[in-house]
Design a protein around this ligand. Sequence first.
Ligand code: F1P
Length: 326
Amino acid sequence: MNPAMHDEIAATATAVAQLPAASPNWQQDERIRFIGCGSSYFLGLTLAATLRAHGFNAAAYPAAEVLLHPPHDPWAGARVIAISRSGTTSETVAALKHTRDQGAESFAVTVADASPLADAAERSISIASAAETSVVQTRSVVAAGSWLLASLLGPQADLDAWQAHLDAHVDASQAYAHTLPTDIERVFLLGTGPLWGVAQEGALKLKESALIEAEGFEAFEFRHGPRSRVDDRTLVIGLLQPTTDTLERRILDESRNLGAQVASIGPTGVAPAGLSFQYAKAVPAAFAGLAPMTALQTYALRMAQARGLNPDEPRNLSFAVEIDLT
Ligand code: F1P
């Protein structure tokens, strides 16, 4: 029997095909602030960078930081979008309540039928088609991100085109993930803009499922210390985009010269490096921040299996983190 994580990744296109209608219609001149934990926080980072590229004032914060070290960013008048698959993560619920008390408009995005987060928010959406049993989050991230991009960017996002192509994209992503090496000790993922959050999310998948050393970096930061860890047991994956690929490609070439194996993921036309996955032009540009996710999730699943681990039972991790905040 396949692990739940496998089946959930395979059903990504189905989850996105059945999204609820996009609704909120937020405006470009509003301050959009994403909050969340773990995968949900990294999704917020990706969405915020995507929105900034479309002219929005957007940022993302880890939920605990909202409570412990409040940003110098007035909540009054901000639109706070709390992302949480479970809707029960303690820090996210508490941070949403805090920002609402301070005058923010609050919106919760979950995949749960009912949840404390939805109860605490003025408005909420539940993406039932993306409900998961796997502890490690996979298609729920892609589905929540797709719904939010469709709602925030409207027709600019071209959700129809993403939905129409996603089945083929998931197949191609899975096939590519099977070409990546598993006999290595560490993985570094590099990205800029929307792909910086994805780099961190990909590293989280590898750590959670496969217990392997994995880090995601803003690509250009990699030269400033982290590349000291590169050797012939290292895979460096570049998440590329058309505006920065030539510069990023150099970082991958340098890593290869230091002994690393290299790989790259990006749309057709980017300067490929190493084991390259150039996904089809049919993937709309607005979804570029979600496009590498399935390949990275599948790679984490494969890596777990190659290391004799059950990806559905990640060490020291529960489906949602509920703690006493008092
Ligand atoms: C987030 C979270 C992640 C964790 C794991 C389970 O939960 O706890 O931090 O890495 O993937 O989910 P949620 O708030 O999105 O439900």
